[in-house]
Design a protein around this ligand. Sequence first.
Ligand code: AMP
Ligand code: ZN
Length: 282
Amino acid sequence: MADFIKLFEKKVAASIKKYNLISKNEKVAVAISGGKDSTTLLYVLKKLGYDVVGLFINLGIGNNSKENLKRIESFCKNNNIPLKVFDLIKETGYSMVDICEKYQKVINSTNCAICGVIKRYYLNKIAREIKVDKIATGHNLDDEAENVLLNIFSNNYELCLGLGPKSKENSSDLFIQRIKPLCECLNSESKKYANLIGFDIYTEICPLKVNAFRKDVREMISNVEKSKKNIKKNLVNNFYMILNKLKAEKNYSKIINCEKCSEPSRNKICKKCEIFEIIKKQ
Ligand code: AMP
Ligand code: ZN
């Protein structure tokens, strides 16, 4: 048991070093959802000696958000970790449930895609306001492998470019770099770590998460894995190598300030404001 805990922590430290994710004296906001991965990540980074703060976006998804917030507050208190909570309903007047429902009456999209845009927007805005250098998310190796295949199967080149252990460096002072220190840890490993340390995790799946395609891809990967080991690692490692070349070749459009909210954007109006424009008309 002690061996596994040490090995897991070493693996996270090795990924941070290998991909140069965090430098000494940098402050890291860990985007914590209350799930096993982000709770494990916050705990391990603190244990490795990094200057961390938890950052939770309360999306107002009924009981789910309430139960997660309760556990995150006591986790941070017990581990002496500062916590910043952003309340979507208080700040915007809308819950994620309202946003998804209203937006999808007009635009064909998925709950997870809409939620992803809103979460990324506020994580970046708050992280900048509290003056951290990095935003760490709990994405693990299984998530990365699924995302590689999902984006390729969907012919989504732009989303493919968004993958990898860290987002583009120095793209703008207004964008805080996002990092994934668990990108080489299997889902089963972070689950085992969380169980061994004994985190109090709310295990109900988010009621907005209804992605049949992701489920199919996950099942496909686990089927292939029966006859060939290490496919997730091979797939993600190989993709990361290709990704480096693709990112170097890509001509990124200039980052400007959104005309509505002044946050950084590659278009005149940012994605978050585009969504709010539409739902406000409903
Ligand atoms: P998901 O997109 O739900 O699979 O979550 C991926 C990662 O995003 C998690 O590991 C967290 O780091 C982060 N995250 C998800 N939901 C939240 C939230 N409500 N507040 C802060 N971070 C979150
Ligand atoms: Zn905007």
